[in-house]
Design a protein around this ligand. Sequence first.
Ligand code: NAI
Ligand code: MG
Length: 534
Amino acid sequence: MAKSAAKPAQRTKSAASATAARQNETSRNGANVNGQRHAAGLSVARGTPERNQRDSLAGIWDYAPAPETSKVTIADRYGLFIRGKFTEPRAGKAFATINPANEERLSEIAEADGADVDAAVSAAREALPRWSSLPGAERGKFLYRIARRIQERARELAILETIDGGKPIKESRDVDIPLVAQHFFYHAGWADKLQYAFPGRSPRPIGVCGQIIPWNFPLLMAAWKLAPALACGNTCILKPAETTSLTALRLAEIFAECELPPGVVNIVTGAGATGAAIVNHAGIDKIAFTGSTDVGKKIAMAVAGTSKRLTLELGGKSANIIFDDASIDQAVEGIIEGIYFNQGHVCCAGSRLFVQEGVVSEVVRKLRIRLASLRVGDPLDKNTDVGAINSREQLTKIEGYLRLGADEGGTLCQPGSAALPKKGFYCRPCFFTGVQPSHTIAREEIFGPVLAVMTFRTPEEALLRANNSPYGLAAGVWTDKGSKILEIARKLEAGVVWLNTYNKFDAASPFGGFKESGFGREGGMHGLRAYVEV
Ligand code: NAI
Ligand code: MG
């Protein structure tokens, strides 16, 4: 039975007036380069009079609902994608996937056990000789075809991603899915040029790759793993995260449509035990994992002493550094982009903010105003800035950190008074001031819309504080001075450093961490190295 997935927005207040329509227009015009964030509908108040005016207008003016209304069909039940076909799991087990925005059940997903993983590994192993010996240009054709089909089905994929995971539709539509297509296009281009990526060597595929991905960018992480693996001639077993399997299963349909040879990609669904069965399977040559540092460490231990290759992309606690010579309004947008994008469920989120002392009061004042203008709620509403937290467990975890932050002496600022939807998992974006580097919220990955604000006096102190973390995934630097940018970027222990911007991604740009954020790179020429023997 097919279900209609798109639901009308649930908004308590709606002023479907010309005024509201004009505000929507303002919002669209205010989109940044990537269209990822929209400026406040009501203009950002800079001084007290405007702020008072804004506050007095809050509740009178509101956005009219702008729900995404296209229908997406979701099957009642999904099997495992093995050898090019959907099959029932051997043990017949399944689990539910829900919409975190309203807690409604969406579908039932097969739970793969060791025997199913074994079947997927056999399929990948059998498909390997033909796939790996295809001329690169022929493999590239498959990848181009898949990329084009993803573009054609982009709207459906964006809606499904939002319904299953809770991210705002404007992010899945404008960021996730376009990047998914871009990763397939980009790697299609490499398929017949691998010898140029490794001059003087003869790159060969590694073999059968087990790939385990998280729930924060479900389809994008699938693309980051599958596209380079396939371009390099490997075959794959992919396991999506248990709360967000639907788009990976839709991708399986696209592979079948594009006549990708059976067994080249197998998709097995399930939770940690299924992941562990992949990690421990003797027939797998390489494990690629993105997820929590705790699970990453377990995987590293399981793989140690075997011949399996391993790449890990783990957690982060990335520093976003604002110098007093930065363009402050621009930096405030970068802070918002850095920590509230995708509800803060971003491994490279700029969750530690370091502001130079002279501008801290200005930054905090503007941040509070900007935060109050973020719209939290129905992820399918095109005006929503911050959607639903991915799961009840994750919401509980975030709320625990909010209590801990206050207990340890931080001051919580969580503006915004509009009602949140009654069902579903939501957390208003917020920040803490009065945070010390020793506080738990300044050290641990929260993976939610929670920012820790700290200060520094000199560039040396900024560097010391930024690098004082077991993690090293990303960082941001905001300054007007080119020389400062180059000097600081060189000394930051982070895999990616954004300069006067944040959270920008491109298939041609390698991504990956230092220290406990993992090892190996994904994307760009560097990312190919993880999928070849040279
Ligand atoms: P997780 O690391 O448990 O899940 C990631 C993936 O690993 C999922 O597909 C899961 O099924 C799989 N997995 C779990 N246990 C496994 C095992 N023993 N062997 C193999 N695969 C296994 O993350 P979880 O529990 O969903 O989230 C917990 C916390 O982890 C979050 O609050 C967040 O702080 C962090 N996290 C970080 C991510 C990142 O990209 N940096 C992504 C997801 C979570
Ligand atoms: Mg779900």
